[in-house]
Design a protein around this ligand. Structure first.
Ligand code: CA
Ligand code: CA
Ligand code: CA
Length: 249
């Protein structure tokens, strides 16, 4: 019973995450559809670009329609074991078409305990994976994100006990991190910058400086909105990561 409850909670979490993803990725009535997809379910492609390897012997799959879907948009793949009364099925993979364009955009794999192990997602619905997550003990431990959509990650987020502990970013698109944000108890503690991109931190900002820079950045962007393009260089630099993240969705 306990296990069932745990699985139920997991499914709820997963559904909530999927709903969030759908919310986050779609921009109201002009929701984007991936190449080959369609926002009209009648025109969904025959090939949903499955990322679950479900056509193997010993595996069974089903498809269901999630909230708001007129046609099935969720596929679950189970491994079948045992015979007769001892026959058991274990969820091994689940994939969802979160923006309802007929193309799967998020896939999770599960271990024998029913815990998620990996999740890959196409969060901007351009048909390419841009988020790779790994889980330890059922919790997300790392998420690698491709924010500039060149096919490789440029941000790496690490979680300890479900809390963000480190966030590395690549500002010059050489595939290597050059900003390191260190969190403690979920709060940003310090930020290291490698300004000449040699792989070594050149300067560290403590939390108070970080806060000051963020505030300056916010003022800078308001000033820009008002048409004053003379935002301080420091403010512009500090606001760049946030702007990049926004541009990704
Ligand atoms: Ca989709
Ligand atoms: Ca993508
Ligand atoms: Ca870099």
């Amino acid at each position: 019973m306990r296990k069932l409850e745990a699985v139920g909670a997991l499914v709820l979490t997963v559904t909530a995450v999927a709903a969030l993803a759908a919310c986050h990725g779609s921009k109201g009535p002009t929701a984007k559809s991936a190449p080959g997809g369609s926002t009209d379910p009648a025109n969904w492609p025959a090939d949903d670009r499955s990322m679950c390897d479900y056509k193997h012997p010993g595996l069974e799959s089903n498809e269901t329609a999630g909230p708001g879907a007129l046609k099935p948009n969720v596929r679950r793949v189970y491994r079948m074991e045992g015979e007769g009364d001892a026959r058991r099925k274990t969820l091994v993979c689940r994939e969802i078409d979160t923006n309802l364009d007929g193309i799967k955009d998020v896939v999770r794999s599960f271990n024998a305990k029913g815990e998620p192990v990996r999740e890959d997602a196409d969060t901007n619905y351009d048909g390419k994976i841009d988020s790779w997550s790994t889980f330890v003990g059922g919790r997300m431990s790392e998420e690698d994100i491709d924010t500039n959509h060149d096919g490789r990650p440029d941000q790496w987020k690490y979680y300890t006990d479900g809390q963000l502990s480190r966030w590395k970013r690549d500002r010059n698109n050489d595939g290597k991190p050059d900003v390191w944000e260190i969190y403690s108890g979920g709060h940003l503690e310090r930020v290291g910058y490698d300004d000449d991109y040699d792989g070594h931190v050149d300067r560290w900002d403590r939390d108070d400086e970080v806060r000051a820079n963020r505030e300056a950045a916010q003022e800078g962007s308001s000033a820009k909105d008002a048409g004053a393009d003379a935002a301080a260089a420091a403010a512009a630099t500090a606001s760049a990561p946030a702007a990049t993240a926004d541009a990704g969705h």
